[in-house]
Design a protein around this ligand. Structure first.
Ligand code: OFO
Length: 181
């Protein structure tokens, strides 16, 4: 029969071993860095938009910035819950110079497509490892990307319809200012 010391040893032993493989931990750390990088990109974008007077679009992007930080924190927590120690990433400064409102939205859309592709590749990798829990966890991110890509695509389409009509562009800016979350 196990004595108290053995039981404590067993608990500590199981506590010390992560449920995530080293490969999956590295992959999740990359996504943490990617989410922080996305937050930095949106921070630079909302700053430029506000600086240029696109107040509504700046508000929209600021919420997006906050959302990226939440995405990052969600991965941190997942790793901790699976007994793995996440890394605090360092990211390079984001570009903060743009030539137009449209360019900002196009770059945001391109970035979201890139992030979606990256999550899909990670889904393939964790599936190959039979890590069903992480697979399910990462599926949430792919679904989130569907909404983000759709949102920026729609804004870009509307900006293309507006063309050089500044009243129409300001109307889109105003609509973006109505985003609540
Ligand atoms: Fe984290 O969703 Fe955009 O990048």
């Amino acid at each position: 029969m196990a004595n108290n010391n053995d039981i404590e040893g067993l608990l500590l032993g199981s506590r010390a071993k992560s449920m995530l493989s080293a490969k999956t931990q590295a992959l999740l750390n990359e996504h943490i860095a990617m989410e922080l990088e996305a937050a930095q990109i949106y921070k630079a974008m909302y700053s430029w938009l506000e600086y240029k007077g696109y107040i509504g679009a700046a508000h929209y992007m600021k919420l997006h910035y906050q959302e990226e930080l939440e995405h990052m924190d969600k991965i941190y927590q997942y790793m901790l819950d699976r007994i793995a120690l996440p890394k605090a990433p360092q990211v390079k400064p984001a570009n903060n110079k743009f030539t137009s409102f449209r360019e900002v939205i196009k770059k945001a859309l391109d970035h979201e497509i890139y992030v979606e592709e990256s999550y899909k590749k990670s889904l393939d990798k964790v599936w190959a490892e039979k890590d069903h829990t992480t697979f399910e966890f990462l599926q949430w991110y792919v679904q989130e990307q569907v909404d983000e890509v759709a949102g920026f695509s729609l804004i870009l389409d509307r900006l293309d319809i507006a063309g050089n009509d500044s009243s129409a562009i300001l109307l889109i800016d105003k609509e973006m200012g109505q985003r609540e979350e």
